[in-house]
Design a binder for this molecule. Structure first.
Ligand code: PEP
Length: 250
């Protein structure tokens, strides 16, 4: 099993180049002994170069928060996976709940973005998760299964195995409401079982499944000790080096 424990920090639309560089520099100093944990920062595209400079030589990855479905062309305001890669990014997020629910990314769009990122050679995180309404009406597993099926499409097992999944219940993102470790583990076990029935066993064993949704220093250790929780995708608590490093070291 070559599952890589991965902690991502999603800075969303926060931290311009100077602030982002400062937090990244503090983080590099705080997490020198992070063992085998892969750490990835997702600054706004405007701060990408400054963050790359700040983490140079530290082994910390820097990624793009979203990409367009095309490489280049008349798409004002968009960023692409290939351009992110050429700017030095090594990772990407696709399907974050804010992209799905604020910007209207469909499962089909998320799939096309995933392919763009994989083709560009980026370590790609596919985010999935149910809304509160879907959880309350017992649709969580159906929603996750559909997001996985459409997200991966016809990708072969060896490419699926390179993707990091982030289970992020929408009702827990930025709300301060965290899924309990039991609730999160149950969803992660479902995702792992879905992978196991769809692909050869080694894919389910290799894929890192992160939990995301109000993860903070106080709850990180309990969540990360669950057998199917292999890492975290952190929003608010990643904006400060002190809290983000405490999660990484948890
Ligand atoms: C996120 O943006 O992916 C996230 C999990 O945010 P927060 O930690 O603030 O809930």
């Amino acid at each position: 099993m070559s599952r890589v424990r991965t902690i991502g920090g999603n800075w969303k639309l926060n931290l311009g180049p100077a602030e982002a560089s400062k937090v990244a520099t503090e983080l590099v100093a705080a997490v020198v002994d992070r063992g085998d944990t892969r750490v990835t920062l997702f600054p706004t595209a405007i701060s990408l170069t400054a963050v790359l400079e700040a983490v140079r030589g530290s082994g910390i990855h820097v990624g793009i928060q979203d990409v367009h479905t095309a490489d280049s062309g008349a798409y004002t305001g968009a960023n692409s996976a290939t351009l992110a890669r050429s700017a030095g990014a090594t990772a990407a997020l696709v399907g974050h709940s804010e992209r799905r629910h604020v910007f209207g990314d469909s499962d089909a769009t998320v799939h096309r973005k995933l392919i763009q990122c994989l083709d560009a050679g980026l370590l790609t995180t596919l985010c999935i998760g149910e809304t509160l309404e879907q959880r309350d009406s017992a649709q969580t597993e159906a929603v996750l299964a559909e997001q996985l099926k459409s997200g991966f499409g016809e990708l072969p097992p060896d490419r699926v195995a390179t993707v990091t999944l982030a289970y992020e219940p929408v009702w827990a993102i930025g709300t301060g409401r965290t899924a309990s470790p039991e609730m999160a583990q149950e969803a992660h076990a479902f995702v792992r079982a879905w992978l196991r029935q769809a692909y050869p066993d080694w894919v389910a064993d290799d894929v890192c499944i992160q939990y995301g949704g109000s993860m903070k220093p106080a709850n990180a250790a309990a969540l990360l000790s669950c057998p199917d929780i292999d890492g975290g995708l952190v929003g608010g608590a990643a904006l400060k080096a002190e809290s983000f490093s405490a999660i990484i070291l948890a």
